[in-house]
Design a protein around this ligand. Structure first.
Ligand SMILES: Nc1nc2c(ncn2[C@@H]2O[C@H](COP(=O)(O)OP(=O)(O)OP(=O)(O)O)[C@@H](O)[C@H]2O)c(=O)[nH]1
Ligand SMILES: [Mg+2]
Length: 242
């Protein structure tokens, strides 16, 4: 089992954080946890501090700036500095089944640089997701796949394990994308860096508590980004000449 850091970005997740962290500590006790909270007004940061005080395997990073992408990038920098073998990222809202993480960590290694917990491969199980969102995610993924030349089925999944080796090669300071576009950009960059990507079917349940931070603007922004990348010829795999 590789040494690992699990990055958990949080913003206003006071109703789900403790449960998610509890499950994490239970399912991968050897991995340390870094909660990155951006001054949530609902007390998530204080709750995170309390959890960290009770468990030496948990650390909290409090930031004043806001942003999912920059929170995760900061987590990557910490993991790289700590010299762990693998860095995992999972949402705090309990949507993704944490139980898969042990298997994901085992899969990452010499041969594999990114393991994606995938909702859209056979065996993936998506619950309580409104039909509209389901279609949007699948159509969006199909569009991004075609434009960017990759066969990753769930480019937008936020539950992933990266090899630290591949993250060291990412230009973290130059990356500006956020939210859904951030997930797609990283998958493409890993492929461009020659990293092998593996998808594992995950059980996904739409968040039951708390408020979504993803809005229509982010979805449209992602669509625009993917289209721009396509126009600029940015692809996971170079186009094969006919
Ligand atoms: N640190 C930090 N975390 C964030 C920020 N925005 C979102 N998050 C966290 O990132 C994770 C994903 O956000 P969600 O709101 O669940 O996004 P989503 O899964 O697309 O939307 P839902 O369908 O509502 O679950 C959650 O753990 C959030 O708390 C942010 O600005 N800063
Ligand atoms: Mg969510």
């Amino acid at each position: 089992m590789p040494s690992a850091l699990v990055v958990v970005p949080t913003y206003d997740e006071v109703d789900s954080l403790e449960r998610t962290i509890g499950r994490l500590r239970q399912s991968v006790p050897h991995a340390s946890v870094l909660i990155v909270d951006d001054a949530s007004p609902d007390g998530t940061g204080e709750l995170a501090d309390r959890l960290a005080a009770e468990d030496a395997g948990i650390e909290v990073l409090h930031r004043t700036e806001r942003g999912y992408g920059s929170a995760v990038r900061e987590g990557f920098r910490r993991g790289i500095a700590a010299g762990v073998d693998a860095i995992a990222v999972i949402d705090a809202d309990g949507s993704y089944d944490v139980g898969l993480l042990g298997e994901m960590l085992e899969a990452v290694g010499e041969e594999v640089d990114l393991v994606i917990a995938s909702r859209w491969v056979p065996g993936g199980d998506v619950r309580a997701m409104a039909g509209r969102r389901r279609v949007l995610s699948q159509v969006g993924n199909r569009y991004a796949r075609a434009v960017l030349g990759t066969d990753v089925q769930d480019l937008t999944s936020a539950f992933r394990v990266y090899s630290t080796r591949v993250l060291r090669r990412m230009p973290l300071d130059r990356m500006r994308s956020d939210s859904i576009a951030f997930q797609i950009e990283l998958a493409v960059r890993v492929a461009q860096a020659g990293g092998r990507i593996v998808e594992m079917p995950v059980q996904f349940t739409e968040r039951a508590v708390g408020v979504s931070k993803t809005d229509v603007g982010m979805v449209l922004g992602t669509l625009r980004r993917v289209t721009q990348w396509g126009v600029h010829g940015i692809r996971a795999r170079p186009r094969t000449k006919p």
